[in-house]
Design a protein. Structure first.
Length: 78
């Protein structure tokens, strides 16, 4: 998700994407409640929680952040 206020990204995993996005938008998630409004700009799917948490940890590293920026190059440059 991306904050429309500060343009920063939030990375996390969930088993119910629609519900989690609604929680973020409603301000029910401490890490993003002061960064609203938020919009979903990218997501990936995994078949189990272990793979999802491993992927989340990677995407939060410098290499993972670089991967996302390269993956979303056209979106980020307009």
């Amino acid at each position: 998700m991306q904050s429309e206020r500060d343009q920063n990204f939030y990375t996390g995993y969930t088993s119910d994407l629609r519900k989690r996005v609604q929680y973020h938008k409603a301000g029910k998630v401490n890490s993003t409640k002061d960064r609203r409004p938020l919009k979903l700009v990218y997501f990936e799917g995994c078949l189990n929680q272990q793979d999802a948490t491993k992927r989340e940890k990677y995407l939060k590293t410098a290499w993972g952040k670089r991967y996302i920026k390269n993956r979303m190059e056209n979106y980020l440059t307009g």
